[in-house]
Design a protein around this ligand. Structure first.
Ligand SMILES: NC(=O)c1ccc[n+]([C@@H]2O[C@H](COP(=O)([O-])OP(=O)(O)OC[C@H]3O[C@@H](n4cnc5c(N)ncnc54)[C@H](OP(=O)(O)O)[C@@H]3O)[C@@H](O)[C@H]2O)c1
Length: 337
């Protein structure tokens, strides 16, 4: 690749089960030229997310084959033919999985700069990942002070943000499940979980009974499947299940339906509610106000797994699907700070 060329990542085939590098191609092309009313952005940070796996399937709104993929990215305007987009400006946009993007003003969000907050945070705790945790706790669960919480995929982007935010909101005991002993240790030592377990070590219901013997009030579920059934069983009266994602099924189309006692929903007066973060974009400034002072004071740490170099983007994505990440999975351009 030279200074006059750009790279895009394209999906070349539909996976059955876990995708592999063979489902992607890096495609080189001349640097795109901005038309009047647009600007050329050089991307600096990319977000790769579990929903990209869902879009790899032949579903409405899914990725087209042999075409550039979409994803959240942060870049710098390097050439502008639009007065509203100044050269040098940093913008957030959705033309990820590529080194360069041509954007119009209504396709970008300008990033406010907060002292001491690194750019990657705008894709992790201040981005869609943090907003998902914030909406789940404040709008769906409506977590009250002192309430106990269980979080599945606790060591991921949403899972780590959930525990850190729940602590700020005055949660009681916070229990998490994750996919390795190292993650379990990290959750209690660094992220603020009171207890955690590795879901590979035995049935989730049994491990949950040990980690949370008195149950909990809120279950923020990123995983579905066995976790969902076990979580519903262990909830207290008037408990809430916040359905955030179903990552245990994205690579397993034959996953069996979730089994749980349906009477629990009535007899314990439970509420089960899902949501999509894209419907809560109006809370972005509220999220900044809630988190930024704690990022600046160091009370909230950043949970990110950063891959350096655009050529590592497919590897980072596939690694995340297999649980290689702790915190949000981010790719940083070589040379970006
Ligand atoms: N509703 C929304 O608008 C919204 C927005 C953002 C994200 N989400 C959802 O939130 C969830 C977490 O997203 P994220 O971006 O924070 O990703 P993430 O948790 O950082 O990464 C995915 C994690 O899933 C875990 N995992 C993979 N296969 C699993 C399985 N079979 N059983 C249990 N865990 C498994 C892996 O960790 P382990 O090592 O622990 O297995 C992996 O690290 C996903 O379900 C995603 O789709 C929803």
């Amino acid at each position: 690749m030279t200074n006059d060329t750009a790279l895009t990542v394209q999906q070349t085939a539909r996976p059955h089960g876990f995708p592999t590098p063979d489902h992607f191609a890096f495609v080189e092309s001349p640097l795109p030229e901005p038309a009047p009313g647009t600007a050329l952005v050089e991307n600096l940070y990319w977000s790769v997310d579990p929903y990209h796996r869902e879009l790899m399937d032949d579903v409405p709104g899914g990725f087209a084959l042999d075409a550039p993929l979409e994803g959240r990215a942060i870049g710098r305007v390097v050439e502008s033919r639009e007065p509203a987009l100044k050269e040098g400006e940093l913008v957030f946009h959705r033309q990820g999985w590529r080194t360069h993007a041509v954007v119009a003003p209504d396709e970008v969000r300008r990033l406010p700069r907060f002292d001491g907050v690194p750019l990657s945070a705008y894709l992790s705790v201040l981005g869609g990942t943090g907003l998902t945790a914030y909406v789940g706790l404040t709008r769906i669960a409506r977590l009250r002070e002192g309430e106990d919480l269980f979080v599945s995929a606790a060591a991921g982007g949403v899972g780590t943000a959930t525990a850190r935010f729940a602590r700020l909101l005055g949660a009681g005991r916070i229990v998490g499940s994750a996919g390795s002993a190292a993650k379990v240790a990290h959750l209690t030592a660094e992220v603020g979980y009171d207890a955690a377990f590795d879901y590979h070590d035995g049935p989730v219901a049994e491990q949950l009974a040990k980690a949370a013997p008195d149950g909990f009030d809120v279950f923020l579920d990123n995983v579905g499947g066995e976790h969902l059934g076990a979580g519903i069983s262990a909830l207290r009266e008037r408990g809430r299940v916040v359905r955030v994602g179903t990552v245990s099924q994205y690579n397993d189309p034959a996953a069996p339906p979730v089994r749980f006692n349906h009477a629990d929903i009535v007899e314990k007066s439970l509420r089960l509610e899902g949501f999509l973060v894209r419907d809560y974009r109006d809370l972005q400034d509220e999220l900044y106000a809630f988190v930024v002072p704690h990022l600046q004071s160091g009370r909230v740490g950043l949970d990110e797994t950063v891959t350096v170099g655009f050529d590592g983007i497919v590897r980072a994505f596939l690694g995340m699907l297999h649980g290689a990440n702790v915190g949000k999975t981010i790719v940083r351009a070589s040379g970006a700070i």
